[in-house]
Design a protein around this ligand. Sequence first.
Ligand SMILES: *Cc1c(COP(=O)(O)O)cnc(C)c1O
Length: 385
Amino acid sequence: MIPYGRQHISEDDVAAVLDVLNSDFLTQGPAVPAFEKAVADYCGARHALATNSATSALHIACLALGAGAGDIVWTSPITFVASSNCALYCGAGIDFVDIDPETCNMSLDKLETKLEAAEREGKLPKIVIPVHFAGQSCEMEKIAALSGKYGFKVIEDASHAIGGSYRGEPIGSCRHSDITIFSFHPVKIVTTGEGGMALTNEAPLAEKMALLRSHGITRDPDFMTHAPDGPWYYQQIELGFNYRMTDIQAALGKSQVNRLDEFVSRRNRLAERYDDLLKALPLMPLGRHPDAYSAYHLYTVRLKLDAIRKSHLEVFEGLRKSGIGVNLHYIPVHTQPYYRKLGFDWGDYPEAENYYRAAITLPLYYGLTEAQQDEVVASLRRLLK
Ligand SMILES: *Cc1c(COP(=O)(O)O)cnc(C)c1O
C-alpha cells in the first residue's frame, strides 16, 4: 500500500536521537531549547515552546489568550477536531466559519459577514483560529485587519504548514497573529513522533504558555509570592499540565528541521507533477493563492461527480483496492456526534459539506517516487474513465 503520508528518517536523525539516549537528560535537558531556537530562527519568531503535541499547544495557546467560560472561539469546519476541541477544553464555546471552495481555507467573506452579525448581537469571538489547510496559508493580512477592527485574538493552526510562507515570510513568523501552532506528528512535514510547538512574538504569552506547559510551576523568583525558601524552591502559581516534549523528540525534530526546505520543495515538485498528470481528469485540485507558498502537507482533490459514473465512495474504495492508501481530510467537525450534541448539524456549513462529499487525499510525502506517483495517477485514470 502506498500511504497518503509518511515520515522520512535519515541516519543523521537516528544519530541525533542516539546522542540524547546516551546523554544525561532524556527530558528537560538542552535538546528542547536547541530545537525551539532552531524553529524560532527559521520562522523569524521571538519565542517558541515545544510541547508533546499540537493539541496541547492549541490548548495552552487558548488559555494564554484568556479563553474561558462565556467566550467564543471560531475556526474552520474543515480541520482536525483538535482545532476546535481546544476551545472546549477551556470552557469556551465554539463556532465555525464556512470555507472558501477554492482553497478550502476559512472564507474571508463569510468571516467578515459573520463578524458584522456577531457585533450586532454582542457575540463577537474572543479568538479566531484560521487553519492553513493542506499547508497553504490563509489570507493573514486580511484576518489581522479584521482582528484589529473587531478585537479578537488570532491563533494560526499551522499544523500543516511549517516550511511554507505567506507574502515571502515564513509561516510561524506571527506577523499577522498572536500565536502560531505546528504539529510534528509523523504524517506532517517534519516529525518528532508526537509533538507540537507554539510560536509568538509576545514575551508575556510565551511566559504564560511555558508555565501552563509544566504544571503552572515557576522557578523564577520574579514570579513568586515571596523570596525562595532555598535553592530547592519552586512555586505553583497557575493550574498547568504536563505538556512537555522530551529531549529524545526534540533532537529528532532539530535534525529534521535541517531538511525542512528540501522536504517542502520536493512536496511542491510532486504536487506540480500531480497538477500536470491529472489535468485531463474529472477532478479539481485545491486552488493556489498567489500570496502563499504551500508546505503541501496534503494533496487533496475533489471529484467532479457530475462528470463520472462512479460514486465518491466507489472511487475511494477502488483506489484502496488498488493499493493506494488514499484518505479524506476532513469530515466536517460540526457533523461529528459530539458536536451535534452541542447543537450543530448537517446543513450548517454547506461549502464544507460539499467539499466532504467529493474530496480525496492522494499520497504525497518526501519519499514518494515518481513511479509510485504514476501508479496513483494510473489507478485514478482507470477508475474515472
Ligand atoms: C495534526 C493536526 C492537529 C493536531 O496535531 P497533534 O500534534 O496530533 O496534536 C491539529 N490541527 C490540525 C489542523 C492538524 O492537522
